[in-house]
Design a protein around this ligand. Structure first.
Ligand code: ADP
Ligand code: MG
Ligand code: MG
Length: 903
C-alpha cells in the first residue's frame, strides 16, 4: 500500500533530506532539520505523489488519504499536547505548498488554520493577548477567502485600509484588538455575501479546504508559466505540509525572518538576513515593510542571534552548501521553518564554490560540479561602461536601492507585467518598475531587461525570482514614488514617464535616468581559480570556432587551445581587418563563380590568394603555438551571386560581361536542394583549382609566420566527404601543392590532412576513410540534419512541438542545440571506434554548435574524443563541462570504491 503522509516532530522524522522528489524541498528540509535536532515545529507532509494522483484522477484524493491524514492529525495533537479547534487550548497549523524544485511565491500557503469563534477566544486568553489572537484570525479569514475560495484581494485590502483609517492608525502593528475584531466581522460578512455560506468554523473543513488549495496552486496559471519559463519538467506535483503554528506576531520579543548562511550577492562568508519584529510569515517575503538587517538584530537580541548563528553553522556543515532559511521567534524562542539551497548570483556561485573547497567543506571536484553553464554565461553580463561613469553620473542618478542582483540593464520604463510582455513582443527593451512584485508578475519579469521595486529587501519576491534568473534587479528604492495608474515615477520633483529610458546598476543598487552604455565586466578572482581547477581536471581539449584573427584572440582569452573550425567561405564575404576591401573580395569570388572556363577561374582565384593568405596569417599569429584547423571552402555557391536585376547589371559591368551572362549563370547555379547539392568537397572535385589556391594560401601564410618565430600547426580539413576514394583525390592534391610550396621555400613544416564527418555514409565507412584522414572532426550540424532527415533551416516550424513536454515530447531537447545522443551519438561512437581501428592515433574532435553545449561536451568526453570546438564565448562552458565529466567520474568512482571496500 502506498504511504501518502510522513510525520516529523519531537526530534524524529519519517522522511529525510534526500526525499525531495516525494516530500518536496520544504518537506524534505523540515524532516532533515528535525532529524538533526534543530528546533522545528511538528507536522506532517502529504506527498507529491498524492498531488500527482489528484491531478491524474480529476481532482480526487487517493483512497485512504483521508484516514492517513486523520491519524497524523491525531499524532500531531499528541506530540504538541493541543487539539485542533479546542475551546480551551487549540492547536493551530499552517498548510504549506512545496515542490521538489523551489518556485518562489508561486504556490499557496495558508496560516493560522484551526481558528474559529471559540478557539480565537481561547488563544486570546492563553496568550493574554487579544490583539494578537484577532490579528491571527483576520489573517486566516483573509487567506482562506482569497486562496481557498478565490475571492479578490482588493476588496479585503480596502476593508483593512478603511478600518485603519477609522482607528486613526497607519501601520498594522498599531491596530488595537478591537480593530482586528471588527475586521474579522467584516471579512466574514463579505465571505457570506460572496459565497452564500458562513465562513467554515470546523477546523477539519478548513484543513481540507487548504489542502485542496495547495494542490490546486500547482496547476494555477502562474505556476505553469513559471515552470515553463524556468524549464522545470518531470515533477510529480507539490507536497502539502501541515505544520504546527508558531507566532512571530505576539509582541516585541517575537518576529520573523529570512537568512542566508553566506551573502547571496557577493558570496562572502558573512551571515546575511532580514528580520521583522512582531510580524508573521509572509510579511518579510512580501516586502510590505522594509526589514532590519541581521546585524541590527544581533544588537537587539544577542542571545537569539547567537542561537541563529549556531543553526547557521550546523546547517551549512550538514548540507555543505549555502542555505536559505526561514525562522520565526515566538516570545524569545527560535523555530526553524524552512531551509533550502539558496539562490545566488553567478559571482557568488564561483566565490562560494572556491571558498568552500578552500575551507575543505567540499572537494575541488564538487566545487567544479557546483557551477552551471548559465552561471558562466551570466558572469559575462554587462556593467555600465566605467568611462561613461567617469564623466560623473551624479546628475543622472535618480535613486538608490538595495543591490539585489548585480549586472546592469538599460530599458524603457513600464509599470505592469502585461505591458512588459506587450512591449517586449514589439522588440522593445523594458525595465519593469513596480512598488513590489507578486507571483503574477513573472511573465513580465522574465522578458524585462531589469526589475526595479520601491519596497522590499534582498529576500523579497522580486529579488528571489530575479536572482534565480541572474537578472539585474534593484529593490527597496524607497525614494521612488511609483504611481502605476498615472504611469509615472517621481523622485525629488523629477518625473519619469512610461517609455522613458532608465539604466539600472544592480551591483551598486543605483538607478539612472537615460540610456547609459554597457560593457563587459571584470571577472571575479574566484572565476580564474575555479577555471584553473577545471583545466587541471579535464582531459578533453577545448578549441574554438573562429574565422577571424579578432575572434581567435577573443577565444584565447576565454581559454581556447586552438581552432577546431575556421570557415574559409566567410572570408570571401568580408574583409574583417580592412572592411573597405570587402567589395574587392566579393567581386573576386563572384568572378570565380561566374567563370565558365578554367583560365578565367584561375585568374579570379589569383586575386583571392593574397586576401586569404593575409587572413590565415592573422589567425596563425593569434593562435601562436596552437593547432588551427582550416576547412576548405563549403559554400552554397548561389548565395555568393546577386539575384536581383540591378545588382546583376552592376556585376556584369564590373566584370565586362553582358547582364544576360550573369543572369544565365545565376540561373544555372540554382539548386533544388542546396543543402545536398554541389557543395563541400564536391566543389574541389569539380574545380581543383579552388583547393589549390586555398592550400597555397594556407601553407604560404604558415611559412611566413614560421619565419617570424610563430609556432604554427596547420590542419587542413575537407568538408562533407562521403568516400575514401574521394578523400584520397583531395588529399593527394592537397599534399602536392603543400609539399611543393614547402620545398620551394626550403622550409620545414608539419601539417595534417583530415576530414569532417558530417554524412552518415562517411561515419559508416570510417574505417576506410581513416586510411586517408589524419583527423576527424564531427560536423554535427550537418550530421544531425542528414541522420535525422530534418532540415535545420525549416525545423523551427515543427521541432518545438517535438520538444514540448505538453505536446509530443519526442526529444528531451532540440537536437540542433543538444546532441541527439541516442541516434546521432550512436553513429559518432561507431565512427570513432572504426576510425581508430584503422588508425589508433586518429585525432578526433567535434565542431558543430554542440561543442559549446555542456551535455554534448560530456558525451564527447565519454566517447573518447580529443577535443571539442566551441564559439569563443562558449569556450569556458565547454572547459567546465569537460572538467565536470571527469569530476563526476571521480566522485562516482569514490562512491563505488567505498561500497566495494565495505564488502
Ligand atoms: P513560501 O514557499 O511561499 O515561502 P511557506 O510555506 O514557507 O511559503 O510559508 C509562507 C510564510 O509563512 C513563510 O514566511 C513561513 O515561514 C511562514 N509560515 C509557514 N508555516 C508557518 C508556521 N507553522 N508557523 C509560523 N510561520 C509559518
Ligand atoms: Mg508564499
Ligand atoms: Mg517559505
Amino acid at each position: 500500500m502506498n504511504k501518502w503522509v510522513y510525520f516529523f516532530g519531537a526530534g524524529k522524522a519519517e522522511g529525510a533530506g534526500e526525499m525531495k522528489d516525494i516530500l518536496g524541498g520544504k518537506g524534505a528540509g523540515l524532516a532533515e532539520m528535525t532529524r538533526i535536532g534543530l528546533p522545528v515545529p511538528a507536522g506532517f507532509t502529504i506527498t507529491t505523489e498524492a498531488c500527482h494522483y489528484y491531478y491524474e484522477h480529476g481532482n480526487q484524493y487517493p483512497p485512504g488519504l483521508a484516514k492517513e491524514v486523520a491519524a497524523h492529525v491525531a499524532r500531531l495533537e499528541r506530540v504538541v499536547g493541543k487539539k485542533l479547534g479546542d475551546a480551551k487550548d487549540p492547536l493551530l497549523v499552517s498548510v504549506r505548498s512545496g515542490a521538489a524544485r523551489s518556485m518562489p511565491g508561486m504556490m499557496e500557503t495558508i496560516l493560522n488554520l484551526g481558528l474559529n469563534a471559540q478557539s480565537v477566544e481561547a488563544l486570546a486568553r492563553n496568550t493574554k493577548n487579544e490583539r494578537f489572537a484577532y490579528d491571527a484570525y483576520r489573517r486566516l479569514v483573509q487567506m482562506y477567502s482569497t486562496v481557498v475560495i478565490g475571492l479578490p484581494k482588493e476588496q479585503l485590502e480596502e476593508k483593512l485600509r478603511s478600518m485603519k483609517q477609522r482607528f486613526g492608525v497607519k501601520g498594522d502593528t498599531e491596530v488595537p484588538a478591537s480593530g482586528w475584531k471588527e475586521l474579522v466581522g467584516e471579512y466574514k460578512a463579505y465571505f457570506k455575501e460572496k459565497t452564500g455560506k458562513e465562513f467554515p468554523e470546523d477546523p477539519e473543513e478548513q484543513l481540507w479546504g487548504a489542502i485542496g488549495a495547495v494542490f490546486g496552486s500547482w496547476g494555477a496559471e502562474k505556476s505553469v508559466t513559471y515552470r515553463r519559463v524556468e524549464k522545470i519538467t518531470g515533477l510529480l506535483g507539490t507536497a502539502a505540509n501541515v505544520v504546527q503554528m508558531v507566532f512571530g506576531n505576539t509582541g516585541e520579543n517575537s518576529g520573523t525572518g529570512v537568512c542566508f548562511t553566506r551573502d547571496p550577492s557577493s558570496g562572502e562568508r558573512t551571515f546575511y538576513g532580514d528580520f521583522l519584529i512582531n510580524a508573521q510569515g509572509e510579511d518579510v517575503v512580501a516586502g510590505i515593510r522594509t526589514p532590519m538587517h541581521l546585524q541590527e538584530m544581533a544588537k537587539r537580541m544577542p542571545k537569539l542571534y547567537a542561537q541563529l548563528e549556531r543553526v547557521r553553522k550546523i546547517l551549512e556543515d550538514h548540507y555543505r552548501d549555502m542555505q536559505d532559511m526561514e525562522f520565526t521567534v515566538e516570545d524569545g524562542k527560535l523555530y526553524m521553518l524552512q531551509t533550502r539551497g539558496g539562490k545566488r548570483t553567478p559571482a557568488a556561485t564561483f566565490r562560494m564554490a572556491v571558498d568552500m573547497a578552500k575551507e575543505k567543506l567540499i572537494s575541488k571536484e564538487e566545487a567544479v560540479l557546483r557551477i552551471k553553464p548559465e552561471d558562466i554565461e551570466r558572469l559575462f553580463y554587462p556593467v555600465i561602461d566605467p568611462q561613461a561613469a567617469a564623466g560623473g553620473l551624479g546628475r543622472r542618478q535618480l535613486a538608490s536601492g538595495i543591490n539585489a542582483v548585480p549586472g546592469a540593464a538599460v530599458g524603457r520604463v513600464v509599470f505592469t507585467a502585461h505591458e512588459a510582455e506587450d512591449w517586449a513582443k514589439r522588440g522593445e527593451k523594458v525595465i519593469l518598475v513596480r512598488r513590489e512584485t507578486s507571483p503574477e508578475d513573472v511573465g513580465g519579469m522574465a522578458v524585462a531587461q531589469g526589475i526595479l521595486t520601491a519596497t522590499g529587501g534582498k529576500t523579497s519576491h522580486a529579488a528571489v525570482v530575479a536572482r534565480g534568473w541572474g537578472k539585474c534587479c534593484i529593490v527597496g528604492a524607497e525614494k521612488l514614488q511609483v504611481d502605476s495608474d498615472a504611469k509615472t515615477i517621481s523622485v525629488d520633483g523629477r518625473v519619469v514617464k512610461e517609455g522613458d529610458w532608465i539604466t539600472l546598476d544592480g551591483s551598486e543598487g543605483l538607478v539612472y535616468q537615460g540610456e547609459l552604455p554597457l560593457v563587459m565586466p571584470q571577472l571575479p578572482p574566484a572565476y580564474e581559480t575555479l577555471m584553473g581547477w577545471a583545466d587541471e581536471l579535464r582531459r578533453l581539449g577545448v578549441r574554438t570556432n573562429a574565422d577571424t584573427p579578432h575572434d581567435a584572440r577573443k577565444a584565447r582569452e576565454m581559454g581556447a587551445e586552438g581552432i577546431g573550425l575556421c570557415r574559409t567561405e566567410h572570408m570571401f564575404f568580408k574583409d574583417f581587418e580592412q572592411p573597405e576591401k570587402s567589395v574587392d573580395r566579393q567581386l573576386a569570388i563572384q568572378e570565380m563563380i561566374l567563370a565558365d572556363n578554367r583560365e578565367t577561374r584561375v585568374r579570379a582565384l589569383d586575386k583571392l590568394l593574397p586576401f586569404q593568405r593575409r587572413d590565415f596569417s592573422g589567425i596563425f599569429k593569434a593562435m601562436d603555438g596552437c593547432p588551427v584547423t582550416i576547412r576548405l571552402i563549403d559554400p552554397p555557391l548561389h548565395e555568393f551571386v546577386p539575384h536581383d536585376r540591378a545588382k546583376q547589371e552592376e556585376l556584369a559591368k564590373r566584370l565586362g560581361v553582358s547582364p544576360e551572362t550573369v543572369a544565365h549563370r545565376v540561373e544555372q547555379l540554382k539548386e533544388a536542394n542546396p543543402m545536398l547539392g554541389h557543395r563541400g568537397c564536391r566543389l574541389s572535385i569539380t574545380y581543383p583549382e579552388i583547393l589549390e589556391m586555398q592550400v597555397r594560401a594556407i601553407i604560404e601564410a604558415a611559412i611566413e609566420c614560421q619565419k617570424q618565430g610563430i609556432k604554427v600547426f596547420p590542419e587542413i580539413m575537407h568538408p562533407l566527404t562521403l568516400d575514401k576514394k574521394e578523400l584520397r583525390i583531395l588529399e593527394q592534391a592537397t599534399r602536392r601543392v603543400a609539399d611543393e610550396v614547402i620545398g620551394k621555400a626550403g622550409a620545414k613544416l608539419h601539417y595534417l590532412v583530415g576530414t569532417m564527418i558530417e554524412l552518415p555514409r562517411a561515419a559508416l565507412l570510417a574505417d576506410q576513410i581513416a586510411e586517408v584522414a589524419e583527423f576527424f572532426s564531427f560536423g554535427t550540424n550537418d550530421l544531425t540534419q542528414t541522420v535525422m532527415g530534418l532540415s535545420r533551416d525549416d525545423a523551427g516550424r515543427f521541432l518545438p512541438d517535438y520538444v514540448d513536454e505538453k505536446k509530443a515530447a519526442v526529444f528531451p531537447a532540440d537536437p540542433f542545440q543538444s546532441l541527439d545522443q541516442a541516434g546521432v551519438g550512436l553513429l559518432i561512437q561507431w565512427a570513432i571506434e572504426h576510425g581508430r581501428a584503422t588508425r589508433p592515433k586518429l585525432k578526433i574532435g567535434i565542431c558543430g554548435e554542440h561543442g559549446g553545449d555542456a551535455e554534448s561536451v560530456k558525451f564527447c568526453h565519454k566517447v573518447g574524443m580529443n577535443y571539442v570546438s566551441a564559439s569563443p564565448y562558449r569556450v569556458p562552458i565547454s572547459r567546465l563541462a569537460a572538467a565536470q565529466a571527469v569530476a563526476q567520474e571521480k566522485l562516482d568512482g569514490r562512491k563505488t570504491g567505498k561500497k566495494r571496500g565495505k564488502k
